[in-house]
Ligand binder design. Sequence first.
Ligand code: ADP
Length: 252
Amino acid sequence: MELLKIAKVSREFGGLKAIDDVSFSVKKGAIHGVIGPNGSGKTTLFNVVSGHYKPTSGEVWFENKPIHKLPPYKICRAGLARTFQNLRLFKQMTVLENICAVLDESSGVRILDYFLFLNRVLRIEKETVLKAEKLLEDFNLSEWWNVQADSLPYGVQKRMEIARALATNPKLLLLDEPAAGLNHTETDELSGIIKHIRDDLGITVVLIEHDMKMVMSICETITVLNEGHLLIEGTPEVVSNDKQVISAYLGG
Ligand code: ADP
């Protein structure tokens, strides 16, 4: 079944077509990769899907409903969560507080209240803490629970960002370059986390990634963008042997 459908989507900035007439679908239960050289439109595409940019033309459908006119928070409530290329954590909150803030936000408590009460006078419901503890365990974050986000090692910050995105209880998770800045061991660990999210939590994953080894090993389908266009889509084997893909990457 088709979970996400991108239909003839274009997004222009001034005269520049960052994405141009791109169409593809993501199947429910997939780990789907989006690759392409720098500037090929990958992040713009994610921004359109998550509602941070409106498409200049075209439509985005999620669970057979159009979402391209909705603001980001409504798209998030519909079940679509994302992470960003540059981490967007609540830097002065602890790991537990970061997760609880989102858990409560998704159950209706305004995030602003947390900022007002920041200096450790946070009131967090017990039920929220229990849910958060489960997520922390699941993502090997328990030992860091009381550490302020900006003091965490980078790899742990990235893991926390993914756990926090999952606190909204999504059906689809968009990951923007999750392996960027990670070493080999951390990247392998991340691959395991992504498989766990799909296999055990039943969440569909779409990821933008430059680490080809990782993309080829965990994705069933890969969409390749080049200069705003969809170049090719297929299995890792088909994509990695495609002459156009090789030429786009090597500039030949
Ligand atoms: P990728 O993620 O594949 O590196 P991007 O989606 O970031 O590519 O960028 C695609 C093109 O759109 C680039 O030429 C970039 O400069 C342009 N672009 C992206 N966002 C904006 C913006 N907010 N304003 C103007 N141009 C933008």
